[in-house]
Design a protein around this ligand. Sequence first.
Ligand code: DX5
Ligand code: ZN
Length: 217
Amino acid sequence: MPIIAPSMLSADFTRLGAEIEMINTSEADWFHLDVMDGRFVPNITFGMPIIAAMKKTAAKPFDVHLMIVEPEKYFEAFAKAGADILSVHLEASPHLHRNLQAIKALGMKAGVAINPHSPISLLADLIEDIDVVCMMSVNPGFGGQKFIPQTLRKIQELKQMITNAGANTLIEIDGGVTLDNAATIVAAGADVLVAGNTVFSSSNPHNTIKLLKQVGK
Ligand code: DX5
Ligand code: ZN
């Protein structure tokens, strides 16, 4: 059964409390929170104050996906705001190994997000140190985009790398996950499915989460 991480980027922010409650009472496992700075990606979303406010009523772990330059400046602030898993982009981290150590030293799980154009092989020398690889299956910046099909072979390659290394790294797929492609993505080796548009544009989000959860069973 995959871990399901609804992306709150697609939630209705005018009723954020109700959306959090919907996730709390659903079969979802994590909250996926997309932080964008208008520099690493061409969009700006939300930051620490919103995350800290959400933390007051959210009953599941916070999976925070940083799409920002110089992410290391804010690790402590995101830890304080309530991040349980903190992912930095490979492409925004000239010192990725140092970033992973710093995130773990603050008591969080360390994730690496990787853009569609970046080869998986760049992760080979530190795969044992990565708790979650957040593999982008769209170009980061916006919800509701179409899944890039080449991601499937990248998932297989990453799965092989993790198995060969005897690592416990989770493979998270982020972007364009739907009820139609989820089974193929899980069959390729994904452990975690992020879903924004699919969950929040559904007329029955609880049931959509349930259906995603049942994938590959
Ligand atoms: C994209 C974000 C994703 C996105 C997923 O930059 O990282 O988490 O919100 O949304 P959907 O599932 O709608 O593609
Ligand atoms: Zn994301």
